[in-house]
Design a protein around this ligand. Structure first.
Ligand SMILES: *Cc1c(COP(=O)(O)O)cnc(C)c1O
Length: 379
């Protein structure tokens, strides 16, 4: 990776990752099985508290296995937050089911409980009950946990909690990833911790965890030969990647502190700039890891400066920033599927920008970003 470029969210090693990789080589566990995997799962379970975790090779496979375990099949519908990364929705199609996209609300920018209920009521009246709800904690800000849970329980629909961006975030003291009937994490290169590529599924019981591992390792029945009575997947995490994960878990809370500090830096930077809002949790019951700090820029209040003007100015200074996720219902590949809501997610996409938020963002990096912002907004 280019040293002098300021990246959005680059990997940040803690120091002991190589030690665990060395152990894997020394013991010849260079395989998708071994002590690092078990220990990484244990670390995650200890961190989350009384939940069961299976380590997988990506967040996307975790979402796919979650849908498989929830029994999603061809002909089913799955409700999904529209404002998200495509990996939240793609596995619905892997299962041959139909996605129904839902707008965001304006406090956490995640799944809108009102539009969600509207979609459920409409689907029940016209067709049949949706099979699952995929809710996402975007950029590390928890969705409206209580309201979404109330809707899900009212209609008895399970929640698959996409916590890919929210490891370490919490709501009323409870960790994200543990609110859904199943939860999902990603450890891709840009996430709050990375295993280079990786993910995990969080289940409520040890039995479901074992089922997830069974499916993730090609669904091999007990027999001396290879015997299969179900379709399996090759979704298990490698013991090398899990070694990176063990090292990363040692610095997770420290790195979250650094990201929250960067969020604070941006709050101060934009404090007196009219027309710019920094995404922040609605109140003290929400705790965000602030994986990425994101802003909304309203050109009507900034003398015409838009999020795109800012993005280009940052790019000219070799600083990476990125528009927010483009909502799924506006994507060419998904626009034919039903959508419930208004234009909240669309506005977020038009006016939003993700700013460099890596836990290794240096003091000099901050000064460079500040200079670009001040010049553009003539402060
Ligand atoms: C990163 C991400 C995923 C996918 O995780 P991978 O490990 O990259 O497969 C899913 N959902 C969201 C919201 C993400 O940000």
């Amino acid at each position: 990776m280019h040293k002098n470029k300021i990246w959005l969210s680059p990997p940040h090693m803690g120091g002991s990752e190589l030690k665990y990789i060395q152990e894997a080589f020394d013991s010849n566990w260079v395989a998708p099985i071994g002590p690092n995997i078990n220990a990484f799962e244990q670390d995650l379970e200890d961190y989350l508290g009384s939940h069961h975790v299976a380590a997988l090779n990506s967040g996307t496979s975790a979402i796919h296995l979650g849908l498989v375990l929830l029994g999603v099949q061809p002909g089913d519908t799955v409700l999904c937050q529209s404002m998200t990364f495509s990996a939240s929705a793609n596995p619905i199609l892997y299962q041959g089911a139909t996605p129904i996209f839902i707008d965001s609300e304006t406090e956490t920018y995640n799944l809108c409980p009102i539009a969600l209920e509207e979609a459920i009521v409409d689907k029940i009246a016209k067709d049949k009950k949706p099979k699952a709800i995929i809710a996402v904690h975007l950029y590390g800000i928890p969705y409206k946990i209580d309201q979404i849970r109330a809707v899900a329980d009212k209609y008895s629909i399970p929640i698959l909690e996409d916590s890919a961006e929210a490891l370490g975030s919490s709501y009323k003291g409870q960790k994200c990833g543990t609110f859904g009937d199943m939860g999902v994490f990603s450890f891709n290169g840009s996430k709050i911790i990375t295993t280079s590529s990786g993910g995990a599924i969080v289940t409520k019981t040890e039995k479901l965890k074992e089922e997830a591992i069974f499916l993730a390792t090609q669904a091999r029945d007990e027999a001396p030969h290879y015997q299969h009575s179900q379709i399996g997947y090759n979704y298990r995490m490698s013991n090398i990647c899990a070694g990176i994960g063990r090292g990363q878990m040692e610095v997770l809370d420290y790195h979250i502190g650094l990201r929250r500090n960067i969020h604070e830096f941006y709050v101060e930077l934009f404090e007196d700039i009219k027309g710019v809002t920094v995404f922040t949790v609605p109140d003290a019951t929400y705790f965000s890891n602030y994986w990425l700090t994101t802003i909304l820029v309203r050109p009507s209040e900034t003398n015409g400066v838009s999020s795109e003007t800012l993005r280009l100015a940052l790019e000219a200074a070799n600083i990476e920033s990125r528009p927010l996720w483009k909502p799924m219902h506006l994507q060419p590949v998904f626009c034919k599927y039903p959508y419930y809501g208004n234009t909240v997610s669309e506005t977020l996409f038009n006016d939003g920008l993700c700013l460099p938020s890596g836990s290794n963002l240096s003091v000099e990096d901050r000064a460079q970003i500040k200079a670009v912002v001040f010049k553009l907004f003539r402060k």
